[in-house]
Design a protein. Structure first.
Ligand code: HEM
Ligand code: SF4
Length: 552
């Protein structure tokens, strides 16, 4: 993984000292609320319903076991004993005290972590596939490009005060997309041209929230060396033309829509002419330097495991877990393991200090001391020997994160909603819990197959409800909490925004409504068809009619 050099460490340490002083001045009354606001946002600090929320940056989701132990220590010492994995693969703390935040940041800096640019109108954490570098089905490892973007974007003087926040994702998978790339301000798909050269297809103007939009292609093939100059050009066009008069119309997606994608792409190209081949051009040396941080760990020469075959045949629970939560690795004899944070009774993405310590230990013993956070709010151990899967499974099970439901209905994305978030229209965690409780039969879940169910507590869409195959949105009706259901959303390469089913429902109706939706799918599906494929084939209206039918 990327290790800070002296320069990286110095800027992070300086920022810690600066924020400590700013917080002290604020607490002593020397800075007003208004003056303190941009300062705290630049350091990942929101003020929430009950306490501040601190968002810690986890570049492209990658963490060392030392960093995970530090996160556990922070959860234990400064929070209520847990942390939360977010859909941008960051870590959030919901209960720190403001006076402790400078100390937390100092603790983070001691393990090369920080909260810089995790909020505010700047370029946020760049995300990618959690299987990058280890899946057999990718063009190249996307992480070095994410790191290049991270170094370019952190403290970029021109883009510190953009019209709104700005999110970038990079995907290199040949057929899948695990980081919702098409729903980003800039989505970068790594591609190869006819000459066999690596480059990027650049998509701009995706995003969720109030106006959900799938990104549009603005550059079919951008050569590798031009990555940063082209991104500079896109950001400049946005910085100059993005709306600052209306917060809700400020994202780049609104600009792309207003101008039309061709006119937008022309503007970017015109801007790019000043920058192309300039000092921002990537040299091969620089690309190689960054790639040097992502070399393969010390893999042993292994063959496919025989003991694994026996263990799978003998133990049904283990084989269920293996089928769902273990993925193919590019190196023979190894496997990728996803630890699911979706246990019944636990808010999706929540992890306790004790569990974080267990994750760190497991990473040390089974996976070269590294873990990865996922967009779906789980944790990955990327390099596990097949021979050791059984032992790992037993330990993971004891710690509560081996529920064999990866990609199934109960592996849902859910934002904190009204339980913690001041912006919520409705609670979302109790809905997640009610659904987890209702659909706790694993055989039924396995039979249903892959379904993305996403829940947000308001239209800001932190829970990505628009792109759930089934989406649930909390809405407020005259002070009462209701829930709107949408169907057909998808975050993959064919990204689609879900369509609203109809009038919203009361909270206690939700399990029954979802049950009806699933029954219609089971009734309509043909052999081997996923929920989303059936929905696309049979159409929206049959779901609408049957869910709202009086006789139901
Ligand atoms: C309680 C603290 C939180 C607050 C105050 C908050 C606030 C917001 C706001 C205001 C937006 C809308 C941005 C816009 O208009 O473009 C947003 C979007 C978003 N939030 Fe949160 N959020 C919180 C927690 C979370 C959590 C826990 C997650 C992860 C599970 C998350 C992930 C996201 C994502 C991915 C979006 C993106 C929507 C897009 O792509 O445009 N947020 N959040
Ligand atoms: S979707 Fe709304 S309720 Fe949920 S975390 Fe985001 S802002 Fe809060």
């Amino acid at each position: 993984m990327y290790i800070y050099d002296n320069y990286d460490q110095r800027i992070v340490d300086e920022r810690v000292a600066q924020f400590k002083e700013q917080t002290e001045r604020y607490l002593a009354g020397g800075l007003t609320e208004e003056q303190f606001l941009p300062l705290r946002l630049q350091n990942g600090l929101y003020v929430q319903r009950y306490a501040p929320m601190l968002r810690v940056a986890v570049p492209y989701g990658l963490l060392s076991s030392t960093q995970v132990r530090k996160l556990a220590h922070i959860a234990r010492t400064y929070d209520k004993g847990y942390a939360h994995i977010s859909t941008r693969t960051n870590v959030q703390y919901n209960w720190p005290e403001l006076k402790d935040v400078p100390e937390i940041l100092a603790e983070l800096a001691s393990v090369q972590m920080h909260a810089i640019q995790t909020s505010g109108n700047c370029i946020r954490n760049t995300t990618t596939d959690q299987f990058a570098g280890v899946t057999p089905n990718e063009l190249v490892d996307a992480r070095p490009y994410c790191e290049i973007i991270r170094q370019w974007s952190t403290f970029h003087p021109e883009f510190a005060f953009l019209p709104r926040k700005f999110k970038i994702a990079v995907n290199s998978h040949l057929s899948d997309d695990r980081s919702a790339t098409m729903l980003h301000d800039i989505g970068i798909k790594i591609v190869k041209n006819d000459q066999g050269e690596i480059g990027f297809a650049v998509y701009v103007g995706g995003g969720l929230g109030r106006t959900p939009i799938v990104a549009s292609l603005v550059k079919e093939f951008l050569p590798e060396k031009d990555l940063l100059t082209y991104l500079d050009a896109v950001l400049r066009v946005y910085n100059l033309n993005g709306r600052r008069d209306n917060k809700y119309k400020a994202r780049i997606k609104i600009l792309v829509k207003a101008l039309g994608v061709e006119a937008f792409a022309e503007k970017v190209d015109a801007e790019w002419q000043h920058l192309k081949d300039g000092p921002g051009t990537l040299t091969q040396e620089e690309i190689d330097r960054i790639k040097g941080h992502f070399t393969a760990p010390d893999y042993e020469k292994l063959t496919a495991s025989n003991s694994l075959k026996e263990q799978l045949a003998e133990n049904k629970a283990f084989s269920n877990w293996y089928k769902r939560n273990v993925s193919e690795h590019k190196i023979e004899g190894y496997a990728i393991v996803t630890l699911t944070l979706k246990k019944l009774g636990t808010p999706p993405g929540d992890i306790t200090d004790k569990q974080l310590d267990v994750v760190a230990d497991l990473a040390d013993r089974y996976s070269f001391g590294e873990v990865r956070n996922t967009h779906e709010q789980n944790i990955v151990l990327a390099d596990v020997k097949q021979d050791e899967l059984f032992a790992l499974w037993q330990e993971a099970k004891a710690a509560g994160f081996a529920t064999p439901n990866l990609g199934l209905l109960t592996d849902m994305i859910c934002c904190p909603g009204g339980d913690f978030c001041a912006l919520a229209n409705a609670k979302s965690i109790p809905v997640a819990e009610a659904l987890q409780a209702k659909f706790d039969d694993l055989d039924y879940l396995h039979d249903l197959g892959e379904i993305d169910l996403n829940i947000s507590g308001c239209m800001n869409a932190c829970g990505h409800h628009h792109i759930g195959h089934i989406g649930i949105l909390g809405v407020d009706k005259k002070g009462e909490e209701f829930y709107q259901v949408s169907l057909g959303g998808d975050s993959g390469p064919d990204a689609t925004i879900g369509k609203i089913l109809g009038p919203s429902f009361a909270r206690e109706q939700m399990p029954e409504v979802i049950e009806k939706v699933l029954a219609i799918y089971v009734d309509q599906r043909i052999e081997g068809e996923r929920f989303i494929d059936t929905y696309r084939r049979v159409g929206h209206s049959i779901f609408k009619e049957r869910v709202y039918a009086k006789s139901n």
